[in-house]
Design a protein around this ligand. Structure first.
Ligand code: SF4
Length: 68
């Protein structure tokens, strides 16, 4: 697994469902309104697998993984 996969989020599209935080808490967080915040824009290894799962689970496709 190569390093430095990129992770982007769309805070406008986010509806605060929290699936991303549930599946990849090292990468995603939520602000006081429940809107996604990103802890890091890069991930690899097991964390990257968690990010892939989170992106799949997001109900509004607010998580973008360039090149994935
Ligand atoms: S899973 Fe999607 S909608 Fe839910 S908090 Fe994360 S980015 Fe927002």
């Amino acid at each position: 697994m190569s390093a430095n996969h990129r992770v982007l989020v769309d805070r406008v599209a986010c509806i605060g469902a929290g699936q991303c935080v549930m599946h990849a808490p090292d990468v995603f967080d939520q602000d006081l309104d429940g809107v996604v915040m990103i802890r890091t824009t890069q991930a690899d290894g097991e964390v990257w697998e968690d990010v892939l799962e989170a992106a799949t689970r997001c109900p509004v496709q607010a998580i973008t993984l360039p090149g994935a």
